[in-house]
Design a protein around this ligand. Structure first.
Ligand SMILES: [Fe+2]
Length: 371
């Protein structure tokens, strides 16, 4: 009978040992023996379930290095991390459909717009953690989710075909000007990073301004939007486009050589430029995490989020993924440092506003003819 149970391996061994033990003690009374075995099984099963220290993490992040970090947390706390990796939409669908019976404790997402959308769908619960509130700047968190890393969406140019003087002092707002006609490479409008960038323009300049801005911006595309962020940088390196818009970590990833020599050489031909330095600062986004409404292991889940914001964890993440840390005093990776660390980040725009305006942003982007 025991062999038919679907149980974790360690629990099966415990049960088997118990059964063997009981059998030898009271071999003559089969009924009592059976009842004793049954209660023992029940007791162990309940005990294991009541006191199991684990969390179930749903994540859209696909980095091998994240898994190494979770192992560090397990070693430190004895809390096991079960990881489910997937795309945001299917994970959200699963959480919604499973409702009360969903085993998920945490949802880890890239982009503040996605975090806001999960919040709007009622996926997260309010979490009070004085530790997290004291560590994470208010514009990078909400009551429902917490920023874990930062990334900037910036401009890349090829100094062989465009001088620094041509873009000196540039703002995102200037990218719709005629002087940039047919020069800009950017990915499609369905990309969430682009939607968040446009949402931040709406938040700072209003809907009408952004609608007008988009009309000019689309005219300035060097080609039909296509490919990922690295493809935009490659287009500039090849001289096909003069300006690319991409997230900082993609450029550092290319520079690191992890994407092959060709991409490393291409990245070396290109220079980063941080817009809006004389006003609100460069557009920043986050990767962040929230605790699910029906989380069976809330306390352990809070411990996990707090761990992600420790110097040890922050240092581990940014060295491997080329993002920026949320907490002070952590040195970014060599390749991120090469890009320059003294740029002004936009610390005044709340990242939750990207979620608030994301639908409107997408609507205006499509209306402007951005495929
Ligand atoms: Fe990305």
């Amino acid at each position: 009978m025991i062999g038919e149970l679907i149980l974790p391996i360690n629990l099966r061994h415990k049960l088997f040992d118990k059964v063997k033990h009981t059998y030898y003690l009271d071999i003559n009374n089969h009924y009592q023996n059976n009842m004793r075995v049954l209660f023992t099984l029940l007791f162990i099963f309940l005990f294991e379930n009541l006191f199991s220290a684990e969390i179930n993490l749903f994540t859209t992040r696909h980095y091998e290095s994240d898994l190494d970090l979770y192992r560090k947390f397990e070693k430190k706390t004895g809390i096991k991390v079960n990881v489910v990796i997937g795309k945001s939409k299917p994970l959200e669908k699963r959480i919604l459909e499973e409702g009360n019976s969903c085993i998920g404790d945490l949802l880890f997402l890239a982009d503040a717009g996605r975090l806001y959308s999960a919040q709007e769908k009622g996926l997260f619960k309010i979490v009070n953690s004085p530790i997290l509130e004291s560590i994470i700047p208010p514009q990078l968190r909400s009551q429902y989710w917490f920023g874990v890393t930062k990334r900037a969406r910036i401009i890349f140019y090829n100094p062989e075909i465009m001088s620094y003087d041509e873009i000196k002092g540039l703002n995102y707002e200037d990218l719709s000007k005629k002087e940039f006609q047919s020069l800009i490479a950017i990915r499609q409008s369905n990309n969430v990073y682009n939607q968040s960038l446009v949402a931040s323009l709406i938040e700072n300049n209003g809907v009408e301004f952004t609608e007008e801005w988009l009309k000019g911006f689309v005219q300035n595309f060097s080609r039909q939007p296509q490919g990922n962020d690295r493809a935009q940088i490659l287009s500039v390196a090849a001289g096909e486009s003069k300006i690319a818009i991409a997230n900082t970590y993609y450029y550092a990833l290319m520079l690191s050589g992890k994407k092959g020599d060709d991409q490393m050489l291409a990245a070396k031909k290109v220079k980063p430029f941080f817009p809006n330095q004389k006003n609100r600062g460069t557009h920043m986004n986050i990767s962040g995490i929230g605790i699910l409404k029906n989380a069976p292991n809330t306390n352990n889940a809070i411990k996990f989020v707090e761990f992600l914001l420790t110097p040890e964890a922050q240092s581990h993440i940014i060295k491997n993924t080329f993002e920026y840390p949320i907490i002070q005093g952590i040195k970014p990776s060599e390749h991120v440092s090469l890009m320059g660390l003294n740029f002004k980040q936009d610390n005044s725009t709340e990242v939750s506003s990207y979620g608030k305006w994301q639908k409107k942003a997408f609507e205006l982007m499509q209306k402007s003819g951005w495929n």
